[in-house]
Design a protein around this ligand. Structure first.
Ligand code: SF4
Length: 223
């Protein structure tokens, strides 16, 4: 079996949105921002500016926490929006902290979805974060999505549906590994929605279609 390449946690969302987008970002290092990207980045910058790190008698909260998992099964690394270390005698010791703690991951999203408690794609992203956090701290952490517009958090069902999310994530990571190993940018998937994509101009550069008349005119003009 060939060796796995490290996958960044944030890139899983790119691949779920569009494999071609993932490949352009990872292989070509193409990047561009649109309103969706800027809005999400501003929220994450606010989360990561340190103002969310605090502690009280019940818990210690840290934002911008780097995690990884480099076992034979997964090779992942990335940054968590926010981690809560909740004091508990049933918890685990955390390096650098006194006592034992239950661990919670909170991922920030600008908008709550309509008609469902969470998007499946967001849950898969957080499940990958959980794999890293569990490996780093030797625990089984609880996971939440926090929606900024309604100021509410939703607990993700990884205690009951872990096998389903492990299978979904494994399938995605296989596809991502294939792209990284081959160095090939896949074609646009049929039916792919591109209207919200920030790199659409890079993906399909607008070129003038070939015109015999224009070529002749250019030759006449000596161009
Ligand atoms: S423009 Fe469409 S096909 Fe191209 S990267 Fe974006 S979403 Fe994918």
């Amino acid at each position: 079996m060939s060796e796995n390449l490290t996958i960044s946690l944030r890139s899983i969302q790119h691949y779920m949105y569009c494999p071609r987008r993932y490949a352009l970002l990872e292989l070509n290092r193409d990047w561009n921002e649109n309103a969706f990207v800027v809005k999400a980045n501003l929220l994450h910058e606010h989360v990561h500016d340190g103002s969310h790190s605090y502690s009280d008698s019940r818990k210690i909260v840290r934002s911008d926490v780097t995690v990884y998992r480099d076992g034979a099964d997964y090779d992942l690394q990335g940054v968590l929006d926010c981690v809560e270390f909740v004091r508990s005698k049933d918890g685990v010791p955390i390096p650098g902290l006194e006592g034992t703690f239950l661990v919670r991951i909170i991922e920030y999203k600008p908008k709550a979805p309509k008609g469902e408690p969470f998007h499946e794609t967001d849950a898969i992203q957080v499940y990958a974060q959980k794999l890293c956090a569990d490996a780093v701290w030797g625990t089984d952490c609880e996971c939440f999505l926090y929606y900024a517009d309604i100021r509410r958090r939703v607990r993700l069902p990884f205690d009951t549906d872990a096998a389903k999310y492990a299978a979904l994530l494994g399938h995605l990571l296989d596809g991502m590994q294939k792209i990284l190993a081959s160095g090939t940018i896949p074609e646009r998937v049929k039916g792919q929605k591109c209207s919200g994509c920030s790199i659409a101009d890079l993906c399909f550069p607008k070129e003038k279609s070939y015109s015999v008349r224009r070529e002749i005119m250019l030759q006449k003009e000596g161009k």
